[in-house]
Design a binder for this molecule. Structure first.
Ligand code: ADP
Ligand code: MG
Length: 252
């Protein structure tokens, strides 16, 4: 289906012999924003890593990304096809500047050379949205960046690469109020495009305040135990995960 970006059916993921996700099914349409919540250790990051093709995770089941089977593709191919993951803990990469990193990724994705002048202009605009000082463009990727700057650098990649589906893994955690607002504005900018879909993994509603949300899912012990609208986020914020934990552990 053209409007379907991600179709996950009965996805099982193992790491080091341990099954972490036990048959997850999830559908995300074009331009939709889905929120994934769940207690620590539920398997949220595992889902993101498995979708990106992290070799530490062994995935089985059906995953179609833009209509094509995803699990047999290399991580590199998945990124080129327009899948993007903003890491919970972004890596520091000495020897490549933030600017060169994004430009190479963009060239790999589009398959054509991008003029430095055009690239720099686009990047300047995106950095302004994210209130990042321009000097960061020439600094080594994430090296010596603060936690907040690393998260902004992730959203900068999101704005520049314009993926078909972006998974944001706790992009708002550890950020001060102003930084969350700025990051959220960056995500809002990406949403405006309507072409890109989002899966936002978060514990807080702060990043969601100005964002449109189509669906919310609750992951407990490697299973999606509830799905609903935006109000589910508010319910979890008010009452925590207790009701879902009880239902899951009473042997459902
Ligand atoms: P969440 O992001 O929801 O907090 P994670 O996906 O990080 O949860 O982890 C889910 C469970 O899987 C945890 O018990 C964690 O220890 C385990 N796990 C995650 N990654 C690995 C790995 N690479 N090897 C072994 N166990 C892992
Ligand atoms: Mg996590």
């Amino acid at each position: 289906m053209e409007s379907q970006v991600l179709h996950i059916e009965n996805l099982t993921v193992r790491a080091e012999e341990k099954e972490i996700l036990h048959g997850v099914s999830l559908d995300i349409g074009k331009g939709e924003t889905h929120v994934l919540m769940g207690p620590n250790g539920a398997g949220k990051s595992t889902l993101g890593c498995a979708l990106m093709g992290d070799p530490a995770y062994e995935a089985a089941g059906t995953v179609l990304f833009r209509g094509k089977e995803l699990l047999s593709e290399s991580p590199d191919k998945r990124a080129k096809e327009g899948l993007f993951l903003s890491f919970q803990n972004p890596l520091e990469v000495p020897g490549i500047s933030l600017s060169n990193f994004i430009r190479s990724a963009l060239e790999a994705r589009t398959g054509r050379r991008i003029r430095l002048w055009d690239f720099r202009r686009e990047m300047k605009k995106a950095m302004e949205v994210l209130k990042m000082d321009e000097s960061y463009a020439d600094r080594d990727l994430n090296v010596g960046f603060s936690g907040g700057e690393k998260k902004k650098a992730e959203i900068l990649q999101l704005l520049m690469l314009k993926p078909s589906l972006a998974i944001l893994d706790e992009t708002d955690s550890g950020l001060d109020v102003d930084a969350v607002r700025t990051v959220s504005r960056g995500v809002e900018e990406y949403q405006k495009d309507k072409n890109g879909s989002l899966l936002i993994i978060t514990h807080s509603t702060r990043i969601l305040e100005s964002l449109h949300v189509d669906a919310t899912h609750v992951l407990v012990d490697g299973r999606i135990v509830a799905s609903g609208g935006r109000s589910l986020v508010d319910e979890i914020n008010a009452h925590g995960f207790e009701r879902f934990l009880q239902a899951e552990r009473s042997g459902l």
